[in-house]
Design a protein around this ligand. Sequence first.
Ligand code: UDP
Length: 416
Amino acid sequence: MLERVPLLERHLDDYRPIVGDEVVERIRTLAEPLRGARVLHLNATAYGGGVAELLATHVPLLRSVGIDAEWQVMQGSDEFFAVTKEVHNALQGAPVELTPQMRRTYLERVLDNALLLQDGWDVVVVHDPQPAAILHYVADQIEAFRDTTWIWRCHIDLTDANHDVWEFYRPFVQQYDASVWTMPEFVPDDLAMDRIVQAPPCIDPLSVKNLDLAAPFCTEITRQYGIDPHRPIVCQVSRFDPWKDPIGVIEAFRLVRESVPDAQLVLAGSMATDDPEGFRVWEETEAARAGDRDIHLLSNLHQVGAVQINAFQRMADVVVQKSLREGFGLTVSEALWKGRPVIGGRAGGITLQIRDGFDGYLVDDVPSCAQRITDLLADPAGADAMGADGREHVRANFLSTRELEDWLGLMGTLRA
Ligand code: UDP
């Protein structure tokens, strides 16, 4: 059997005060015909990155409406994750060659996982490319999976995908009954599937990452990390990944400091178990920091967990997510929900979340990022007003209940 991820509890009714009775009732109605259905979510990591963050809430919420849902993770290996990170980069547009050896490493490991997959599921949702080929290996066990509906959830922006790598994946993906995407623009033109659905990710307002925290508590946390709570704080929370452009953020910050000399930068990023590039990018970022005491480079290795991220986002005068490519970028909604304006790279799902000039700004390069940060630091009342607009935008569009509704609707149609 594949490894089961332990889940916390979530209760739909706890979301009533945040999203209102009508949303909760709609969800209950959609869930009714699916009561008792066995639903498996399968991905590559239980920790680090947006997918793990999403599933930690989505699966417990499915359970709270009567669905027998589970989250399991595939077993990888260093070699496997080195290949799948290259695949991830290639699908985001990097010039990567998938050699026959890499394909073999990938397929052998997916086959090992297919052998561990239990049967009896009504719906299996497979996330991202890492486990995508698993259906190929179980497809001939017709009896065991006779009644299973298979959904592939792609969290990546494939607009510029490397052709050969996508061609390798496309036949695997086309075996699924449906695929779910963050934005319609991400779907390759040559994907031949009957059901292609859009359902962007969401954040959980009740998770430790997003719960309201008292101001003195946030102040104390930042102080403990050597950050001065009384000076301006600019913050980016991201895995150490070249696509998140931490070095670009440092370059922008250096420009900002020419006019706001007492500004501080917090770059907080966890190391995900399926991301072997993290340590290298960390070292490059550390080199770019060049010992600057006002650039705080932090990770889970410094005990930075959900509470600390929550506090840093709340304490930030401006939050940045300067991604060059981005599937969604949960960190944007996380910050907006906390009433902070966000300056984001004009990439993928960031453009869904930031309404340019309302909740923050979309930027295309280091100088414009620096300019927007400087402007917002000079106008705290304007920054707060943008953050307040952003919070309502997130309430209406990017809270976990919206995602739950989307998925119940989709499963209901596919199982009807
Ligand atoms: N995150 C975290 N600690 C960190 C860095 C990131 O908890 O040090 C979380 C972040 O708050 C967000 C998720 O990891 O919930 C990252 O999701 P996102 O969609 O922004 O990017 P991804 O990592 O999936 O590309």
